[in-house]
Design a protein around this ligand. Structure first.
Ligand SMILES: Cc1cc2nc3c(=O)[nH]c(=O)nc-3n(C[C@H](O)[C@H](O)[C@H](O)COP(=O)(O)O)c2cc1C
Length: 202
C-alpha cells in the first residue's frame, strides 16, 4: 500500500514536471517561428502574453478558435500574426501563420503544419524553398484582388511544376486572411490582451 502511494506520487510528480517542460518548449518553438516573421526589434511586448483567441471564421478557414498574436512598440500597434488554415490542400488542411503589419502589408507567412507530398507540395515550407517569402510586403492592393492567384490561374504567384493545388490553396488562404484583417483590424487591436479574450464575430 505504502509503495503504491509512493509510486503513484512519483509518477504524478514526473508527469507534472514533464508537462511543464513540454509546454515551455512548445512556447519557445512558437516564439522562434513568430520571430522569423516579425523581428524582435520591431516590437517591445511579449507576443505570447498578448495573445488573443479568435472565434472560428470561414475567412480564416478555421473550424475552431484560433490564436492571434499582437505586436506593439511603445504601446502603438505594429502587427498581428494570425493562424489561418488553408482547408483545401492536396492532402488536407494546411496550417499557417500570417503576419500582417497594422497598415495591411504582409510581414511574412509560414506554413506550420501540413500533409502535402514531400518533393511536391512541401515546397511551401520555408526550409524547402523561398516560395513562401514571395508574400512579404504584399497587401490587398499589391497585387489587386484579381491577381491574388497562381500564375496558372492568371495571377501573380508562382506554382510548382506538377503541383498547382498546394500553392493555389495557400495563396487563397493568405488573401482571405488579409480580407479578415481589413474587416476586423480596429476590433483586433482593441482587445485587452490577458491571453484569455475571445474575439466574437460581428
Ligand atoms: C502521388 C501524388 C501526390 C501529389 N501531391 C501533390 C501535392 O502535394 N500538391 C500538389 O499541388 N499536387 C500534388 N500532386 C499533383 C496533383 O494531382 C495535380 O496533378 C497537380 O497539382 C496539378 O498541377 P499541374 O496543373 O501543374 O499539373 C500529386 C500527384 C500525385 C500522383
Amino acid at each position: 500500500m505504502i509503495f503504491a502511494i509512493i509510486g503513484s506520487g512519483i509518477v504524478g510528480l514526473t508527469y507534472e514536471n514533464t508537462y511543464e517542460r513540454i509546454k515551455l518548449n512548445e512556447q519557445r518553438v512558437l516564439l522562434r517561428k513568430l520571430n522569423t516573421i516579425l523581428s524582435p526589434s520591431e516590437y517591445d511586448n511579449d507576443l505570447l502574453v498578448d495573445k488573443i483567441v479568435l472565434e472560428q471564421d470561414s475567412m480564416l478557414g478555421t473550424s475552431e478558435p484560433s490564436n492571434a498574436y499582437l505586436a506593439y512598440k511603445n504601446n502603438k500597434p505594429v502587427a498581428i500574426v494570425l493562424s489561418p488554415v488553408a482547408p483545401n490542400g492536396y492532402s488536407g488542411p494546411i496550417n499557417m501563420l500570417v503576419g500582417i503589419y497594422y497598415d495591411g502589408t504582409i510581414a511574412g507567412v509560414r506554413v506550420v503544419k501540413h500533409r502535402e507530398t514531400p518533393g511536391l507540395g512541401d515546397i511551401v515550407e520555408s526550409q524547402r524553398s523561398d516560395w513562401i517569402l514571395g508574400f512579404d510586403d504584399k497587401s490587398l492592393e499589391n497585387p489587386g484582388s484579381k491577381k491574388w492567384k497562381v500564375k496558372r490561374d492568371g495571377g501573380e504567384f508562382d506554382q510548382f511544376t506538377g503541383a498547382t493545388i498546394t500553392p493555389r490553396a495557400v495563396v487563397k488562404a493568405v488573401h482571405s486572411a488579409l480580407l479578415y484583417f481589413q474587416e476586423h483590424r480596429k476590433k483586433l487591436f482593441k482587445q485587452t490582451t490577458d491571453g484569455s479574450g475571445t474575439v466574437k464575430n460581428s
